[in-house]
Write a new protein. Structure first.
Length: 350
């Protein structure tokens, strides 16, 4: 198709929201190169994100109402102006299917994208079929891990959440002194920092016998007093360096219906930075990590303790896993690999 294709991306957040930035905004140069004109219209603007990150529930709720009304008006005026519309998950979160459907049937063509299992939000409600129904109506659905193929019907297409490898230089890989204290790192947000506590007992136990520092980027959650912890404010200018100057990246998670749909992006960031990883054994994590080669999968607390101690005390192994993980990311999880592929996905499914 040689003519320009006008595609509207109805994202959840602006570029300041990590999920929207990595799965949509960062593709713009590749879309432009492939004759796709991309227009972005977020649901929740920057003021909503400001109060979300500050933990101000009243102001967050007020801005949410404002932005939902704004999307409603925008769609009334512009719903059928684009060749195709890409929707991040759903049009109106937590609303009845009928509201989304009112606008979906007016679009010339639309697709959905999921890097979280949004259907879990409706699991025990009268709207439990909302997301499956939307998926079956869509031209196609891009999903961040293969678990979705076992759970939902429709034209599902795999699209992992990826990074720009050129922005992940490897700082001093393998050059730390033997007597340096190893650093375990976790990166995330206030809403996901609760997962650190899943292994807090393990970390406390290990701290009695093995020296390490726990670096928490983007969170401020309290951990047991015996753990040497450093809190680092998230900054897009320094996050990659903070990761690469660490030693072991961790991704503990619960094993609920919600987590089944997660796409392992923390692991991709850690591995791109050349550090070893340990993650809970969920579908995406098992896809990303070659257990015992580029990192470890931990199925229970005994696993977490054993694997952490092994990497903390074996500098050679953790550096070797970090180097292997970097190679895996370069081959499979970058915009350099997926940029043109995503453009082809859109063009070939209209």
């Amino acid at each position: 198709m040689d003519n320009k294709i006008n595609v509207l991306f109805l994202t959840k957040y602006s570029e300041k929201g990590a999920s929207s930035r990595y799965r949509f905004y960062n593709y713009k140069p590749y879309l432009n190169k492939n004759n796709i004109t991309a227009t972005y219209q977020p649901l929740f603007g920057d003021r909503y994100l400001t109060h979300l990150y500050k933990g101000n529930p009243i102001r967050k709720a007020l801005f949410a109402i404002y932005y939902i009304i704004k999307r409603f008006v925008f769609l009334l005026l512009n719903a059928n102006k684009y060749n195709h519309v890409v929707i991040e998950a759903e049009l109106f979160p937590h609303f009845d299917f009928k509201l989304d459907y009112f606008f979906l049937k007016r679009l010339k063509s639309f697709s959905l994208d999921f890097d979280d299992n949004i259907s879990a939000n409706y699991q025990n409600t009268s709207q439990k079929d909302k997301i499956p129904r939307m998926m079956e109506l869509a031209k196609f659905v891009t999903v961040g891990n293969h678990w979705y193929f076992t759970e939902f019907k429709g034209n599902l297409i795999y699209l992992p959440t990826v990074i720009d490898i050129e922005k992940y230089p490897q700082y001093n890989l393998g050059s730390k002194h033997e007597d340096d204290i190893p650093t375990i790192v976790w990166i995330g947000s206030l809403s996901t920092q609760k997962y650190i506590l899943l292994i807090s007992d393990v970390l406390e136990k290990i701290a009695v016998q093995t020296r390490f520092k726990l670096k928490i980027i983007g969170g401020n959650i309290s951990v047991p007093p015996g753990i040497h912890v450093e809190y680092v404010k998230w900054d897009k200018e320094t996050e990659n360096q903070e990761l690469a100057m660490s030693d072991i990246g961790i991704m503990p998670l619960e094993k609920t219906y919600w987590e089944m749909g997660k796409c392992g992006f923390k692991l991709i960031q850690y591995m791109a930075s050349g550090i070893s990883v340990i993650a809970t054994g969920l579908p995406a994590n098992k896809e990303i990590v070659q257990n015992g080669i580029s990192g470890f999968i931990a199925d229970d607390m005994k696993d977490w303790e054993e694997k952490l101690v092994r990497l903390l005390t074996d500098r050679k192994q953790r550096n070797g896993m970090g180097a292997q993980g970097r190679l895996e990311i370069e081959k499979r999880y970058t915009y350099q690999v997926w940029g043109d592929k995503y453009s082809d996905i859109i063009k070939s499914n209209l």
